[in-house]
Write a protein that binds this ligand. Structure first.
Ligand SMILES: [Zn+2]
Length: 347
């Protein structure tokens, strides 16, 4: 029943049939690399009674799922007892997710344990929506990851590293890991189609590296640099070769000074990027404001556009902001950790 490394996965799994379907009967069960767990109730029932029971359960997907959950509870109770008795910290409970296949059926006790039954039905795994709550249980999550059914997101790995850095009193490294973790997470939301665009005041190209495609950099980016005299544009990689003996980047065509395309203090924000940010915010259903005190204009005016367009805002940042009372969601913890919990809840 439990999927182990190298085992074949039932081909019907991806189709998510709602109703339990008859399991094929074979003369000799094929040997596969699976750990099979069979839960047999203590009180024996007559074959006719068992057959009628199975028919009733098979006709009702919820009853079938409840029967599987019942069996799983028994198994997990045993696993816990085994873990305690053997002092093995690595023995983990199993989630419904970890099962390659779940069957309910009836037959002779000894035969059942061997995979030989009188009749049995395969119960399709629960729908995605019903699995969401499960995603938050660490042990079941772990079982799912070990079984290769749950992805390990880059952001989770980075946040764990940040915790390790904090534990070892390396706050700067931790801050970098958290920043990278947050960028990976936003890119993940975009890949899942849950985020239309990222508007950022950061100039360090990390969002792009993390995989964000729709990126509005309202303070520009160090990815390119321009000549202040003739406006010739250079890629970051080219800039290296422009430095003269005094360490000043000089334009190849006019010898003017070359500076990165980022907004320095006191300069105006790039009009195109700001206009695009305003357009996106006016039409957004939800604007997530992450890690910003929302106090410096013009970027601080963006939430107002979303609210004005009938959208909602969610604020994830430590410390208060002028929009706190307008926010549909207000999270005050570490931004990367808060958003990781959101991602886990989305399943
Ligand atoms: Zn120039």
């Amino acid at each position: 029943m439990v999927h182990t490394l190298g085992a074949e996965v039932s081909s019907g799994r991806g189709r998510r049939a709602r109703r339990p379907r008859p399991a094929p009967q074979t003369d000799a069960p094929a040997a596969v690399a699976l750990t099979r767990l069979t839960v047999i109730p203590a009180e024996a029932s007559q074959p006719e009674e068992a057959a009628a029971d199975l028919e009733r359960t098979a006709a009702d997907p919820e009853a079938a799922e409840a029967a599987v959950a019942d069996g799983l509870r028994t198994v997990n109770r045993l696993l816990r007892a085994h873990r305690i008795a053997t002092g093995d910290p690595y023995g983990h409970e199993i989630s419904r997710e970890a099962a390659a296949v779940a069957r309910i059926g009836h037959g002779g006790g000894e035969g059942l344990a061997d995979g030989r039954w009188e009749a049995a039905v395969e119960v399709a795994p629960p729908e995605r929506g019903r699995r969401r709550a499960e995603a938050l249980h660490p042990q079941e999550r772990l079982a799912g990851m070990l079984a290769g059914r749950e992805p390990i997101d880059a952001c989770e790995t980075l946040i764990l590293r940040a915790r390790a850095d904090l534990d070892h009193e390396r706050p700067r490294e931790a801050a970098l890991q958290l920043r990278a973790g947050l960028d990976a997470l936003l890119a993940e939301l975009e890949r899942r189609g849950l985020c239309e665009a990222v508007i950022t005041q950061n100039v360090d190209r990390l969002h792009r590296k993390a995989g964000s495609e729709q990126l509005i950099e309202v303070h520009g980016s160090i990815a390119t640099a321009s000549c202040t005299s003739c406006a010739a544009s250079y890629e970051l990689e080219q800039v290296e070769s422009l430095f003269d003996d005094e360490g000043i980047a000089t334009c190849e065509s006019c010898a003017g000074k070359v500076k990165p395309d980022v907004v320095l203090f006191g300069e105006l924000l790039p009009a195109d990027a700001m206009a695009e940010a305003e357009r996106l915010c006016s039409g957004a259903d939800l604007l997530m404001c992450i890690g910003s005190s929302l106090e410096v204009y013009p970027v601080a005016g963006l939430p107002e556009l979303t609210l004005g367009g009938g959208g909602r805002i969610a604020i994830v940042t430590q410390g208060s902001t002028p929009y706190d009372s307008d926010a549909a969601v207000r999270l005050d913890g570490d931004v990367a950790e808060e958003l990781q919990a959101v991602l886990a809840a989305l399943g």
